[in-house]
Design a protein around this ligand. Structure first.
Ligand code: G6P
Length: 431
């Protein structure tokens, strides 16, 4: 990936960061890079994620999915980092395999998605690092029962990706299911370039080697200077802008195929950096659609946000038919791709003209190689930002309270968190 941070400079935007400030910040980037390189060399927890291009074995993944390589449909059961990386890759690329990601427990939605799939030749990709995540286990039990009700042997259609122990590992062992191990030392949100994110890609027939090659190329670009490394340029610029008031980062891909990547980025950024009262709030947006939705706020609302445009050269285009409607004649000489490109450039310039900081992240295409580079690059940007914030990038203790409250509400027992639910302060306004 390449980045263009020109519209984040103080000469363009407020808040903005001066080139001199970036040059001073570059000294911290160099020190952070040394820590990152050390962490990678030692395979330390979290930093190990940046070793995945060398650690992930595509042959091992393909061998595990071989029994279901012919699947017409793939149901991925996981949540958070155990779903979003896979969904980003699969939703970005074309495949004949119908894919469903069950990462919520909304009963109507789960039923509608399941009822819409012919289970006879479908496969189940169940993913959970801990093997204990309530939503994933609940959905897996529901999906398994649906297979049984359809008379389909789920044990012949299920791939498990989980840790060395836990309920899912026990299930895989008990039924001798094809299984893969989540990589040690890699938090879920950083695991897209491992079996966690790539089993789904393998079933869909995507090029795993190209994904990893793109990531490896991004790995090679990591250097001690933000002026030489796109990932660090992005991580350092977002950190500097947050420190100057841009506490919100709206990620706005100009490609429908990259919409899910904004959801993946939101977890990566929020769960890694949202600690110690610090962190930048990711907002998911989509170009051109949000030009007719959120752009008003981005251009004329509070000066508290950065817009991250993600662009990719599309390989397919489509002409806009000529029309005799005079007001629309200007469209008839263009293609949809021309219109999308013009709208992106106009929106980018519109924000710059209003002094609103924005950054461009450029992919040369939406293909496995570029996707691998983007996933790796944003992960490296996040690791760098975490070093600059001085937070523990790789843990997420704040998500545990709600889990305990949920357990307490469902099973009772000694969960003070559940008692807090009963003590909610109310001020109801009813029709
Ligand atoms: O992979 P699992 O153990 O099922 O965890 C799935 C997700 O839930 C956890 O609560 C964390 O918030 C995420 O970082 C993680 O990716």
């Amino acid at each position: 990936m390449n980045v263009d941070i020109g519209n984040a400079l103080a000469s363009v935007a407020s808040p903005g960061v001066s080139r001199a400030s970036l040059e001073r910040l570059d000294e911290q980037v160099a020190a952070a890079h040394e820590r990152i390189e050390r962490g990678m060399a030692n395979a330390d927890h979290g930093y190990e994620a940046l070793n995945l291009p060398e650690r992930t074995d595509p042959d091992e993944i393909r061998a595990a999915v071989e029994p279901v390589a012919d699947a017409d449909a793939l149901i991925t059961v996981g949540i958070g980092g155990s779903s979003l990386g896979a969904a980003t890759i699969v939703n970005a690329l074309e495949s004949d395999t119908e894919t469903v990601f069950l990462d919520n427990v909304d009963p109507e939605w789960v039923s509608r998605r399941l009822d819409g799939i012919a289970l006879e030749n479908a496969a189940i990709n169940v993913v959970s690092r801990s093997g204990t995540t309530a939503e994933t286990l609940a959905n897996f039990l529901v999906v398994r029962a649906a297979f049984e009700d359809a008379g389909v042997d789920w044990t012949e259609r299920t791939i498990v990706t989980t840790g060395e122990s836990g309920p899912l590992r026990n299930l895989a062992d008990r039924h001798d299911l094809p299984s893969l191990k989540v990589p040690d030392g890699v938090p879920g949100r950083f695991s897209a370039l491992s079996a966690v994110g790539m089993v789904a890609a393998a079933v869909c027939g995507h090029d795993l080697e190209a994904l990893l090659a793109g990531a490896a190329a991004e790995r090679e670009s990591l250097s001690g200077s933000l002026f030489e490394c796109p990932a660090y340029a992005y991580g350092a610029t977002t950190y500097a802008l947050d420190g100057r008031g841009a506490g919100i980062n709206a990620v706005m891909p100009y490609a429908e195929s990259l919409e899910t990547s904004a959801e993946w980025f939101a977890q990566l950024w929020a769960e890694s950096l949202g600690k110690d009262d610090l962190g930048q709030t990711p907002v998911r947006a989509l170009g051109v659609t949000d030009q007719h939705s959120q752009l008003q706020l981005y251009r004329a609302g509070p000066r508290d946000k950065l817009v991250t445009f993600v662009t990719a050269d599309a390989d397919a285009d489509r002409s806009i038919p000529a029309t005799d409607v005079e007001e629309l004649a200007y469209l008839g000489d263009a293609t949809l791709g021309d219109l999308l490109e013009a709208e992106f450039e106009a929106t980018e310039a519109s924000l710059a003209a209003a002094g609103r900081p924005n950054v461009r992240v450029e992919l040369e295409a939406v293909d496995e190689y570029e996707l691998g580079g983007f996933l790796y690059g944003m992960e490296a940007a996040c690791v760098l930002a975490g070093e600059l914030y001085g937070v523990n990038t790789f843990e997420q203790p704040a998500v545990e309270w709600a889990k305990k409250a949920t357990r307490g509400l469902l099973v009772g027992g000694e969960f003070e968190e559940a008692e807090a639910v009963a003590e909610k302060t109310e001020l109801r306004v009813e029709r």
